[in-house]
Write a protein that binds this ligand. Structure first.
Ligand SMILES: NC(=O)c1ccc[n+]([C@@H]2O[C@H](COP(=O)([O-])OP(=O)(O)OC[C@H]3O[C@@H](n4cnc5c(N)ncnc54)[C@H](O)[C@@H]3O)[C@@H](O)[C@H]2O)c1
Length: 502
């Protein structure tokens, strides 16, 4: 299965991108669409994109011309009859895709592979009405195809493994990182991306912080390109809420995928995001975006701080060094502010266990605090004077401060732990390998690290402790740690370690 003659059905955003990357790799492409003029418009778009590449020096004019010449418009479906592979990128409807594959089976050779670019339908259901379901697989690209260099190769239960191998090879030939996955809701990228948004919404509905603070922490402290609430404003709640609800129900209501009620309420209210000019943020003016951090209180801070160096709330020397030059008071009684960094529970629980003065006590996120931002966490008893005093100390050192309410795992560690836990479940269920999950998450979602790399970096015990603290505090099955994580943490293995005997 060398795949040299490729048919593409559907010349919309995805079909034209797939045609372009296949043609650029030297394949002959036949492009078909039912809408008159769609193929011509697609070819114009491809030409423009390639010309842009030429002007940036990414390819020569000859290469661009040769790529366009390899994409031949098909007048009818029959023109695809001599294809080795036909990829469909038509409307996202099961009946339409099943009808198309039925029509294709009547005209292509028995060896021709049929691939679907569906993003949310079951590949198994598309294959189920085919005479030869073993030749059907998913080949799921991301938009825009020439720039999103990752593609999922989806194996349905009856797909011939040789078909998957051949699509993996072709993916490499066209310069995309293939991610092999078995057919399951969300495949890998959209499955692994669930926790980021649903946990962001959960933090918002618990009123741990407002939307701009949650987004700010995840951008500045954890390195995400965009926070979850900004992302929802970009995609629109009318798109995101049905996807969240569909994945939740496809996993039979597993609490790990549960969206927050407030998302549906806001969708019904029409607060969809950018498209209605009002989402979590106002988009009325082009200038308006995520709120910036409030200005620092005026005055030179002169604050006496105490922090424990051992025990449940211990503050490590790394974290204390962010306060550079502050002398640690000899005892909590001498301090205006008591700083803790609890790792096994929320701040309130830790204050209770240590019998400290609650009004003077604040926590600092020890995992994601650094010169680009610190997260300070309050208990219900923490006084605003205490918060302001500590905030002034950091801001005097040019370190942005995000203040949040009590939450086991703060904000960033909690979201990252949920992402890692879900990725562990994907590996545990054999949907994809840790290396493929990491690649899918970095390239498909643009996260700063893959979940398995991140787990190893943070430490498996740390991730486990955060999840256990969340599970204990809320009694919510959402936070139950994946056995993949628990076993590897217990045995001191890397999070990506496969089962040796498997
Ligand atoms: N847009 C994305 O971000 C994205 C990402 C990944 C996957 N997908 C999937 O790719 C597919 C196409 O998405 P898109 O965004 O390119 O859609 P689109 O609306 O831009 O293009 C679809 C094209 O298919 C044509 N078409 C519809 N029915 C047809 C048929 N029976 N035969 C031939 N042509 C037909 C339409 O005329 C249209 O030109 C969908 O299954 C979608 O879920 C989309």
């Amino acid at each position: 299965m060398g795949f040299q003659r490729i048919g593409v059905v559907g010349a919309g955003a995805m079909g034209l991108g797939i045609a372009q990357v296949c043609a650029a790799a030297g394949c002959s492409v036949r492009l078909f669409d039912v809408t008159p003029g769609a193929v011509e418009r697609a070819l114009d778009t491809v030409k423009k994109d390639l010309s842009h590449g030429v002007s940036k020096g990414k390819l020569s004019q000859d290469e661009a011309d040769a790529t366009v010449a390899r994409i031949v418009p098909a007048r009818e479906l029959q023109d695809l009859s001599d294809s080795d592979l036909v990829v469909e990128a038509i409307v996202e409807r099961l009946d339409a895709k099943q009808d198309l594959f039925g029509a294709l089976e009547a005209i292509v050779t028995p060896d021709c592979v049929l691939a679907t670019n569906t993003s949310s339908l079951s590949v198994t259901a598309i294959a189920a009405t085919c005479k030869q379901p073993q030749r059907v697989a998913g080949w799921h690209f991301f938009n825009p195809v020439p720039r999103m260099r990752v593609v999922e190769v989806i194996q349905a239960p009856r797909t011939n493994p040789g078909v998957v191998d051949a699509l993996v090879e072709l993916s490499k030939r066209i310069g995309h990182r293939p991610v092999a996955t078995s057919d399951s809701p969300g495949f890998v990228v959209n499955h692994a991306g669930r926790a980021f948004v649903t946990e962001g919404l959960k933090l918002l509905s618990e009123r741990v912080a407002d939307h701009s603070v949650i987004d700010g922490i995840l951008r500045s402290c954890a390195g995400f390109r965009m926070g979850p609430l900004e992302l929802l404003d970009l995609t629109g709640l009318d798109v995101s809420v049905p996807v969240m609800e569909s994945i939740h129900s496809q996993y039979y209501g597993d609490d790990r995928y549960r969206p927050a009620v407030l998302a549906r309420t806001r969708m019904v209210a029409g607060l969809l995001g950018r498209k209605t000019k009002q989402g979590f943020y106002s988009h009325d003016s082009a200038k308006e975006g995520p709120a910036t951090i409030a200005a620092a209180p005026v005055g030179t801070p002169n604050v006496r701080v105490w922090w424990p160096v051992e025990g449940p709330g211990a503050v490590s020397s790394n974290v204390a060094s962010l306060l550079g030059g502050i002398t640690r008071q000899p005892a909590p009684d001498h301090a205006d502010v008591i700083l803790l960094a609890p790792t096994t529970g929320d701040l309130s629980t830790t204050i209770g266990a240590m019998a400290l003065g609650a009004a003077r006590t604040v926590a600092i996120d020890p995992y994601f605090s650094g010169p680009s931002g610190v997260t300070l966490m309050t208990s219900p008893a923490t006084s605003s004077t205490t918060v302001d005093a500590l905030r002034a100390l950091f801001e005097a050192r040019q370190i942005p401060v995000y203040v949040v309410a009590d939450s086991p795992g703060y904000v960033a560690p909690r979201v990252v732990a949920c992402i890692i836990n879900l990725a562990c479940e994907i590996a545990q269920q054999g949907i994809a390998s840790p290396a493929d999950i990491d690649a899918a998450v970095r390239l498909g979602l643009g996260y700063p690290a893959g979940p398995f790399e991140w787990g190893d970096r943070l430490g498996l015990r740390t991730v486990l402790e955060i999840l256990q603290a969340l599970h204990k505090t809320f009694g919510d099955q959402r936070y139950r740690p994946s056995p993949w994580l628990v076993r590897r943490a217990t045995l001191g293995l890397s999070l990506a370690a496969p089962d040796r005997a498997a």
